[in-house]
Design a protein around this ligand. Structure first.
Ligand code: DSN
Length: 424
């Protein structure tokens, strides 16, 4: 191994390009200085970031290990083989493809492998918790495929399983998708498998949000039930910003071909190496404890916000996120997001099921605990966080100089100083 590792040389960057160096420091300060509650974000380890900032970024390696279209791939082949094997072991999967650049590209591969333009997809509707790439009109998936959407039940606010079954029987989709971006409850994968079998559909789980909880064995896995499971690697999982998929052996060739050469060209070998590091991290007992704590924290946070009148939809959560209805406190999602932002709390406005507001206004917020749990916070801190959020939303202001914004920011500062992100 060479003694000098060329990567992560911040002093060199600072000297050559102080403008970008300032952005990197500014972002690190932002992460350290506030509360990060976006449910799809996390803090990757320095080891993951080191692999990302490596010379593997230089390598063209179209193809798969041992079958590349370029010479010089011996080292990157080792990284991809490790990532594949670790991913298969972590999820007890028959096959893994670790080349997707993102969750959206992994999802594209599902369409590429199993559907022709005009074919029917059955998936959860975006305003009820689905995802852009699950057949919304603005996305390729809604433009090129006939998307039929199920939603949540009006009373339980959880997936309307009766509707899933009815629509599947009526429309006979090629693919049925479970998963999304704002689903606080566990999904009944066995039910979806049965319905897919009854109508002869492929069963696809987009596990981007909760795969990190599966990796930590904190919730049941979709892998035994689904034909294919796509996911991102940067949410609860805590890896690099990227995607991957696991599938049954019988779909391996179709999905590998759909990733490359159908949807992507050269894989990002530095990111694949970082995914390998991440999968190794996720196989440790420390990670499993982390995944359980993420859920425990999310439950406490959801309940504590509920006690302040910020109602959790479905009555709570089983996962890393909760969705809250702000209508009882007469504040919109967009205002809540801005008030929290001014108070040093980063979260996002979110549509709630049957939302009377437009998506860019929204009646809700989504909060998640991956970041604060990485920082080491527990139940007591979640109650404090709920107090801070509730005060920012009900008494705060979008102006960072407003006295309430200042006061809450000072309390946020004290809290995060006790649980530093990326300790110095
Ligand atoms: N945009 C991501 C999220 O925040 O949930 C999903 O792709």
């Amino acid at each position: 191994m060479s003694e000098t590792f060329y990567g992560s040389d911040f002093a060199a960057l600072q000297s050559f390009d102080p403008d970008i160096a300032d952005v990197l420091v500014g972002e690190l300060d932002r992460l350290r200085g506030g509360l990060q509650l976006i449910a799809s974000e996390n803090f990757s380890s320095p080891e993951v970031l080191t692999a990302l900032g490596s010379t593997l970024s230089n390598k063209y390696a179209e193809g798969y290990p041992g079958r590349r279209y370029y010479g010089g791939c011996a080292e990157v082949d080792k990284a991809e083989e490790l990532a594949i094997e670790r991913c298969k072991t972590l999820f007890d999967a028959e096959h893994a493809n670790v080349q997707a650049h993102s969750g959206a590209s992994a999802n594209q591969a599902v369409y590429g492998a199993f559907m022709q333009p005009g074919d029917t997809l059955l998936a959860m509707s975006l305003p009820h918790g689905g995802h852009l790439t699950h057949g919304t009109r603005m996305s390729f998936s809604g433009k090129w495929f006939n998307a039929v959407h199920y939603g949540v039940d009006k009373d339980s606010e959880d997936i309307d399983y009766d509707e899933v079954e009815r629509l599947a029987k009526e429309h006979k989709p090629k693919v049925i998708c479970a998963g999304g971006s704002a689903i606080p409850r566990l999904i009944d994968f066995e039910f979806f498998r049965r319905v897919a079998d009854e109508v002869g559909a492929i069963f696809w789980v987009d596990a981007a949000h909760f795969i990190g909880l599966v990796a930590g064995k904190a919730i049941p896995s979709p892998v035994p039930y689904a034909d294919v499971v796509t996911f991102t690697t940067h949410k609860v999982l805590r890896g690099p910003r990227s995607g991957a998929l696991v599938c049954k052996e019988e779909h391996k060739t179709a999905l590998d071909r759909a990733i490359f050469p159908m949807m992507q060209g050269g894989p990002q070998m530095h990111t694949i190496a970082a995914k390998a590091v991440n999968f190794k991290e996720c196989a440790t007992p420390e990670y499993a404890a982390y995944a359980r704590q993420v859920i425990d924290n999310a439950k406490v946070l959801a309940e504590a916000l509920g006690e302040k009148g910020i109602r959790p939809t479905t009555g709570g959560t089983d996962t890393h996120l909760s969705l809250h209805d702000l209508q009882p406190v007469l504040v919109t999602g967009v205002d809540a997001e801005a008030r929290c932002d001014a108070a040093g709390i980063t979260l996002n406005k979110n549509a709630i099921p049957f939302d009377p507001q437009k998506p860019n206004i929204a009646s809700g917020i989504r909060v998640g605990t991956p970041c604060v749990t990485t920082q080491g916070m527990g139940a007591d801190e979640m109650r404090t966080v709920a107090d801070l959020i509730a005060r920012a939303i009900t008494e705060g202001d979008a102006d960072p100089e407003h006295p309430v914004s200042r006061e809450i920011r000072a309390q946020v500062s004290d809290l995060v100083a006790r649980f530093p992100a990326y300790p110095r």
